[in-house]
Design a protein around this ligand. Structure first.
Ligand SMILES: NC(=O)c1ccc[n+]([C@@H]2O[C@H](COP(=O)([O-])OP(=O)(O)OC[C@H]3O[C@@H](n4cnc5c(N)ncnc54)[C@H](OP(=O)(O)O)[C@@H]3O)[C@@H](O)[C@H]2O)c1
Length: 230
């Protein structure tokens, strides 16, 4: 397929921003960049004619926003669910609202977006890549005070396996990447002072290649992508 329509959430900064820049370098792709900070996306991407930035809040009404955004885009070939919210607090201090917020952004909002887009994903046979965390990967090292984040990220891992099974006779592929430490604002918030040996650009290159070229090799897989964890 030549002209791919690629959706990237969490595109304003960190790994998502780098994914958009890499995928847009192939001028034949159309990139739909989504995040809440539209100004930042305009700064990042306005020089790239094949990137369309839209304000999008996973904790808002996902369906209403998606209807607006995708009215101009009939099919989607690659969906990278990269946006994420990390709340770091001791378990006793986490409110029900903290858990709800974490699950809304890292799970329910993502599920709603996938549900809305499923008919568009079926048109050409899309690859959906859900971005989770090593903190959510079964048997990996766990870290205190990240329970709302890690448990919401593990929900999207399980969702990936079941969605792929339910849709195995369709032409949609879905996989979930559990990332290790990547040097971004989120990592600095989670582990102040820790320096990851993977940059946002390096991880973005892996994710972009996986999303574009590896869908035919995997379906319903939860894959660790990590060369260091704090
Ligand atoms: N960095 C790491 O070490 C690491 C490790 C494991 C997994 N991950 C995962 O990798 C992904 C990218 O993380 P990152 O490190 O690049 O983080 P980041 O720099 O903090 O970026 C997070 C992105 O998510 C977006 N976002 C947050 N809340 C949102 C909401 N309510 N609605 C829509 N978008 C929202 C932010 O955009 P706006 O603020 O503009 O909305 C931003 O673009 C996340 O899913 C994260 O959990 C990262």
């Amino acid at each position: 397929m030549i002209n791919k329509t690629i959706v990237v959430t969490g595109a304003s900064k960190g790994i998502g921003k780098e994914i958009v820049l890499l995928l847009a370098a192939e001028g034949k792709n159309t990139i739909i960049a989504l995040s809440r900070d539209l100004d930042l996306m305009h700064q990042n991407f306005d020089h790239l004619p094949n990137v369309h930035s839209y304000s999008f809040d996973l904790s808002g009404s996902v369906i209403l926003q998606a209807k607006e955004i995708f009215s101009a885009h009939a099919s989607v070939d690659v969906l990278i669910n990269n946006a994420g919210l990390l709340i770091k607090k001791p378990f006793e201090e986490l409110s029900a609202a903290n858990f709800q917020q974490s699950f809304q952004v890292n799970f329910f909002g993502v599920v709603e977006l996938i549900q809305y887009l499923t008919s568009r994903l079926e048109i050409n046979g899309a690859h959906v890549v859900n971005i989770s965390s090593m903190g959510a990967y079964q048997g990996s090292a766990k870290f205190p005070e990240l329970i709302a984040y890690a448990s919401s990220k593990s929900a999207i891992c399980n969702f990936t396996e079941v969605y792929a099974e339910e849709k195995k006779d369709s032409n949609i592929r879905m996989n979930c990447l559990c990332l290790g430490a990547v040097q971004t604002e989120m990592l600095a918030e989670a582990f102040p002072g820790y320096m990851a040996n993977t940059s946002a650009k390096e991880m973005a290159a892996f994710i972009a290649d996986f999303a574009l070229n590896k869908g035919g090799f995997f379906n319903g897989k939860i894959l660790p992508v990590s060369n260091s964890t704090p």
